[in-house]
Design a protein around this ligand. Structure first.
Ligand SMILES: [Mg+2]
Length: 442
């Protein structure tokens, strides 16, 4: 790591409330979030060298102003630090933000304060990758295993994964690393699409989108369920008929059911052979997920969750309790790359595949870096693994994702792909941007 390039002292942090009126066309609608306006608390970390780091967390519209306030509260801990200082003890810096003696009362490591922590840390990781002139996945791939481990806070997870075990996983995975990197650069990372079957879409819309997706080479499809069993049955039948018996179908209830209701409902949809049921119940209910997992195992249906899993400690318990069969990390819910590294390593130890949550605004841009790292440096496997893809709002980013034949192609630009076009930010800033002036009723 070049010392010369890494001075970059942080002079100030700016944060803006940026919202996209996606609810107007029901994009992103599911059984619990019927009218999301995909939004971000968008952070820029400014340095004395002129280099900037961009980051954000994802929200659904109203309340983004609360996350913005939380980012402002955290900014005081960041200003004055140099990038070099931060990355030479990234675990310490993570802990500084997540364990501030007064602010941790707001979490700890959950809710609004943790979303804000993610936004700030995402910007710092972006800054680091830019300073090194590498896309974030490559920065991680080129790191020494010891340095990777030094970014992770193992507090509260050593009963499941020690630092030594984590190091051992990373050292073992050095074998074949170069081939896997070459393979990713050539083929990309497999993806599935959620864009065909939002709950607010009509059957005609669903059919058209599914036809288009099949033509573009998609082989794995997710359907939103949970509002009405008759509707779900009809929609799942429709999609299964269109994609045929060999392609993959997943269903996602976005936390709609109680435990026994989930088991009953999903059992009635078992004839459509879903690979997983995603977020069947409350995201905090670890034992509930374990009960659902156990009941659905004989039907060959796994449980997937994680997009609203608060932190590494909860992921630890989900894994310990065999409460999920697919780990869905999220780049903006957990404490940025640092905490996601902990979850990737724990998932590997527990032999559970990671299939990241993406979509929203910018989540695909970010999480692709993490899953590339997972394949190249941790899991070394593509079995039962794929990354979510949603075809919305990519045009607002300076380095949008590149999908080729239903695969994420590794990003090439330096950074964490977090930067948005300034024109988009201005236009969508809430409430003063032009887009919001037109929709005053929101
Ligand atoms: Mg979901």
């Amino acid at each position: 790591m070049s010392e010369r390039k890494m001075v970059h002292k942080i002079t100030h942090v700016t944060v803006r409330d940026v919202r996209f009126p996606t609810s107007l066309e029901q994009h992103g609608s599911d059984a619990m979030h019927t009218d999301p306006d995909y939004s971000t608390a968008y952070v820029v970390v400014h340095t004395d060298s002129g280099l900037q780091g961009f980051g954000f967390t994802f929200t659904l519209g109203k309340g983004t102003e609360i996350v913005v306030c939380a980012v402002r509260a955290l900014a005081g801990l960041v200003v004055g630090k140099s990038l070099q200082e931060i990355v030479s003890d990234f675990r310490g810096f993570y802990r500084l933000l997540s364990s501030d003696g007064q602010m941790r009362w707001l979490g700890p490591e959950k809710g609004v304060i943790h979303l804000a922590t993610a936004a700030v840390l995402n910007a710092v990781w972006d800054l680091w990758a830019r300073a090194e002139g590498k896309p974030l996945w490559k920065l991680l791939v080129d790191m020494d295993p010891k340095q990777i481990v030094s970014c992770v806070d193992f507090r509260y997870i050593t009963d499941a994964l020690t630092e030594e075990e984590a190091l051992d996983i990373l050292v073992k995975a050095q074998e074949g690393k170069q081939q896997r990197e070459d393979q990713m650069l050539k083929e990309g990372y497999p993806a599935y699409t959620t864009s065909c079957a939002w709950i607010g879409y009509s059957d005609e819309q669903l059919k058209q989108l599914c036809t288009d997706a099949l033509k573009s080479g998609w082989t794995k499809f997710k359907v939103k369920v949970g509002a009405d069993l008759e509707d779900d049955t009809r929609r799942c039948r429709l999609i299964r008929q269109m994609i045929g018996p060999d392609k993959t179908l997943m269903i996602d209830a976005n936390q709609r059911w109680d435990v026994s209701e989930a088991i009953g409902w999903v059992s009635s949809l078992a004839e459509f052979k879903p690979l997983w049921i995603e977020e069947p119940t409350c995201p905090d209910d670890i034992l509930g997920h374990a009960a659902i997992s156990k009941a659905l195992a004989p039907l060959g249906i796994g449980v997937a969750t994680g997009e609203q899993c608060q932190n590494r400690v909860m992921f630890k318990q989900f894994l310990q309790a065999s409460a999920l069969q697919f780990v869905q990390i999220d780049s903006c819910r957990l404490g940025s790359v640092n905490e996601n590294l902990a979850v990737l390593l724990m998932a590997h130890k527990f032999k559970v595949p990671v299939c990241p949550h993406a979509g929203g605004v910018g989540l695909c841009e970010l999480v692709q870096h993490l899953i590339l790292f997972d394949y190249i440096c941790v899991s070394g496997s593509l079995s039962n693994r794929m990354c979510e893809y949603v075809d919305h709002l990519h045009e607002h980013f300076t380095s949008p994702v590149v999908i080729h034949d239903a695969h994420y192609m590794p990003p090439k630009d330096p950074g964490y792909s977090c930067e948005m076009l300034e024109s988009s930010v201005k236009k969508h800033q809430y409430p003063e941007g032009d887009v919001w002036k037109q929709h005053k009723n929101n």
